[in-house]
Design a protein around this ligand. Structure first.
Ligand SMILES: Nc1ncnc2c1ncn2[C@@H]1O[C@H](COP(=O)(O)OP(=O)(O)OP(=O)(O)O)[C@@H](O)[C@H]1O
Ligand SMILES: [Mg+2]
Length: 237
């Protein structure tokens, strides 16, 4: 690991008067894959939104490759190398697969955009077979792949994934995790939220347990898998 890709320090955020995050410290090293897990309502999606500028932090700092980006608008985050795949509504359902991919590359010169679309179709062959199909008619797994592909088109340095296994058939979940894990070759850093921690942990380097808007535990993926406490609380015994 040669440096820090993404860092949150003392990050606080919420919705109006409702505070959800209470001083989150989190680091993703360059090329590192990091998992955030914890119970429903812990603030995992809020954390990722605060990192990406969709929810304004009320305190603390977010840095991207050492540069302060705290509270910047999502478009600017994208311009600086961050990409975000939301937990829900992560594709435009009435638009075709091809159109969704084109939107992902909207900020790129046409030739580069088209090259990246072809690269994504090679990485996710199932999308190539369905270019003209409306994204809303894709299966859960195909849709997550489209959302991933779209986010990857601008060649982000940091990828934020909010529950990529949500709405995906169990036998496809492993495929999604393997695809994300395979992105290591590109050097992209990944911060992934997952309910399905048991299945996700083998594919990441480190993990954070988030509970009630605070980091409850932080360790290597192997140590978290071996922890009896984590197993009992979050991995189903
Ligand atoms: N737009 C909003 N306005 C008000 N409260 C919100 C809003 N979005 C989320 N919340 C609340 O913030 C808390 C944390 O929600 P968040 O979505 O971050 O949790 P989560 O850990 O991602 O949960 P899950 O595992 O169910 O996805 C919840 O109590 C939720 O009801
Ligand atoms: Mg969530």
């Amino acid at each position: 690991m040669s440096g820090t890709a993404l860092q949150a320090q003392g990050l606080e955020a919420g919705y109006g008067a409702l505070q959800i995050l209470f001083g989150i410290d989190l680091t993703v090293g360059q090329g590192e894959h990091v998992l955030v897990f914890g119970p429903n309502g812990a603030g995992k999606s809020t954390l990722i939104k605060a990192l990406f500028g969709l929810v304004a932090p009320s305190a603390g700092q977010v840095t991207l490759a050492g540069r302060d980006v705290t509270g910047q608008a999502p478009e600017r985050m994208v311009g600086q190398g961050m990409a975000y795949v939301p937990q829900v509504s992560n594709v435009f359902g009435t638009m075709s697969v091809q159109e969704n991919l084109e939107i992902g590359g909207a900020s790129l010169p046409v030739a580069q955009r088209n090259r990246r679309i072809e690269e994504m179709v090679t990485l996710f062959p199932v999308l190539g077979d369905r270019r003209k199909q409306a994204a809303g008619t894709l299966s859960g797994g195909e849709r997550q792949m489209l959302a991933l592909a779209r986010a990857l088109i601008p060649e982000p340095s940091v990828l934020l994934l909010d529950e990529p296994s949500a709405g995906v058939a169990p036998k496809i979940v492993e495929e999604i995790f393997l695809l994300v894990s395979g992105l290591r070759q590109t050097g992209v850093s990944v911060l992934m939220i997952e309910q399905n921690a048991r299945q996700a942990l083998p594919h990441v380097d480190r993990g954070y347990v988030l509970e009630s808007g605070q980091v409850r535990m932080e360790d290597s993926a192997a140590a978290l898998r071996d922890s009896a406490e984590i197993a009992e609380l979050y991995l189903g015994g």
